[in-house]
Design a protein. Sequence first.
Lengths: 313, 605
Amino acid sequence: MYQFVLRRLLSGVLLLFVITTVAYLLLYAGGGDIARRIVGPTASDAQVALKASQLGLDRPLVVQYWDWLTGALTGDLGRSWFNGQLVSAGVSSRLSVTLSLVLGATIIAAVVSVVVAVWAAVRRGWVDRVVQFVGVLGFAIPGFLIALGLVSLFALNLKWFKATGYVPITTSFGGWAATVTLPIVALSIGCIAAVVQQIRGSLIDALRQDYVRTLRARGLSFNRVVYKHVLRNAGGPALAVLAVQFIGLLGGAVIVEQIFALPGLGQITVAATGQGDIPVVMGVVVATAAIVVIVNLVIDLAQGWLNPKVRLS
Amino acid sequence: MIESPPPMPAGAAKVSLFRRLLTHPTGVVSMVLLVLVALASVLAPLLATHDPNTASVQQVLAKAGSEHILGADSAGRDVFSRLLFAGQFSLAGALVALAVALILGVTAGLAAGYYGGWFDSVSSWLTGLMMALPGMVVLLAARAVVGPSMWLSMMIFGVLLSPAFFRLVYASVTAVRNELYVDAARVSGLSDVRIIGRHILTVVRAPVIIQSAMVLGIAIAIQAGLEFLGLGDRNIPTWGSMLNDGFINIFKSPTLVLWPALIIGLVCIALTLLANAMRDELERSRGPVKKSHKAAAAEAAADAEGAAEKRGAAAVVHADEPNEDAGEILLEVTDLGVGYDQPDGSTTHVVNHVNLTVRRGEVHGLVGESGSGKTQTAFSILRLLPQGGRITGGSIFFEGQDLAQLSEKEMTKVRGKRIAYIPQEPMSNLDSAFTIGSQLMEPMRVCLGISKAEARKRALSLLAKVGIPNPERTFDAYPHQISGGMAQRVLIAGAVSCEPDLLIADEPTTALDVTVQAEVLNLLRELQDELNMGVILVTHNFGVVADLCDRVTVMQTGRVVETGPVRSIFNHAQHPYTRQLLGAILEDTAPRGQYTLKELKGVAS
């Protein structure tokens, strides 16, 4: 078991290293062009060169990267080119907002998907057909359109929720819940649609397995067999889809944060992207990649727990 | 991000997908809608009433009317004309992404799948890397460097989408690479390029088309998202930038956001539904090749009915031997019918008018070829028929209760404790996610209401009793860590764990090695003796019957053809089918094990 965890951990760290290296090289390869974009097209070549040397862009790429990497290992991701703020501080202060949304949406999606999928897979018939059709719609409609719909219906017309703004959970739980509910719902719908399809499919497969009949023949009730045995066996593929969906949610959160004016990672990303504030963009990439690696690790461990074959081989 | 459709067999793509889509309701509607949107975009210069980029201060946020059909936006530009022209750019952007993804993904997938080797592992690794970050974040990062060009963004997104095609093509190619016809082509001297073109592309074509529809939808959505964030090119109209403008002015002019949202939503839905419709049609065309269990059973039953009707013969019943000490009657099945509901509302009968009596302490063989209804009869006694199956008539009296009439809740109390079951295939009948021990303990705790420690003690002694050499180790093992013979012993231990009155064993030795078969049969006989159970032994093997059974019932095509004491059946088989089975068994099983032949002779003489 320790070996399994260690192996996953190492491959996660390797992935993080590769992603950040590739991202750094691609982002900074522009060199002089980056400086030109910042000072504007009318600036003289001398001004561009000055800017480049101010930002350290005139050094060889490898040197710049080494500098960045050694800093990053100690938690220093550099400073924003535009407001001088520490990138690590800017990113981490917004992380909680994005994680609230994405984790909230993932948990809701997991719970709702299991309930709906069991319902569809066990009842079949019209229930199943309705679930599948709604699932296709939920999967097809882009998440930000759903978010727009929710804003105009519940916040602007019915005024049940505040349309914009964020209250930290540490300030007031009620306030936090009121500000994140709509965004979480908007994010989770597409996720639910995808995960339900997967769980439904694996449940139907698992229900056909011989051991289901045998366990029932031993006197266990149908529900007990479904919730304890079938669901656990269907859980592996479902977790894999949930992991993929989670990555998608991190992307979806960018737009949803914009719609609901939430001060999350998406907000600084959009601002930094518009300005060409590359250190901040790089910081966001590092944070996102780290989250993805951690989530994949957690999912891998959960897979090992669910399936002894994974754990023991 | 995208789930891959399953690889299709060769030939599925040959049938005209387009023509079949025309008969699929959602397929037609989606196609018509997409064609209309595409036409409207292409013909935008003819259809538009205004120049899409001409701003007008007087017309800012003008209401819909004769001047502007759908009103004007925050710069006074005509919304209708902008929607049309935006279609050109939005669709073209999505097509660019699709083209890049197709070229990269399909080429790499073909090469990696066909040649394998280092190319294989490198591209799989790159694929994993590209899927590790959310596409939106990558696009935003890229936007920070390359600036607000929609075309560049969409090309980058195409690269990010290429794994969707890579994985699909890769899976299909590795599946067909070693097919005989590809080998044959290689042997006959065709070049790799021609083999890929002729034999492999045809296999991946259909799933790639389906995937393309999905990918187009995703590209349109992400492009709209990027523009919606205000990070797109300000000089060209797109649906996403119109959405942005509408959202900013949502208080002043609520309908402005509606039109682009509607069209993006509709196009995305239409593409997904089209992909699903294509998948449906392809799967439907595969249908006849892979017949479902149910369909096969139904067909066998339909034949059965016909044949039985023609014969119209009642079962041959042999009289009990006078000196036999008959135990109390444990189970009495009368006139049992089992049927499967078909999608068209009819019912296919697989078991008809079956009578069966089992006494305490008796081993009753239920014999017949596959499809004779013997397993269906056994499952209906347990009330565990596969989905769609139900008892259509008759009664199953078990110690005074009609099992056919019991509620599911009452039936749950009968199963395990009173009637137990030993399955045919040992491995698939254990849940691979739980240890052997926990699978033994759980039913005991539920049925007998005993403590965990007590259950553990009983489970260990049961494992020892069924002849497992190291019970402690097997108790802690997972099913994949033990052999098939061991697994069958575990299942037998589980079946007798609550000391049932009736044991139903469904071909308990068929899946085992010959040497293990004899041991398992011996074990069954010992347990039956010890617990004085009634046993229904479902088998197609008269050797096993001779070895173990007191009475035997022969079934053919859903009906009982002959029943009686085993000695009487072996000596005076009357029904031609029984004779046929007996004849076959003498030739068949002789080499399987000496014991069978010896005992068979003993019985037959």
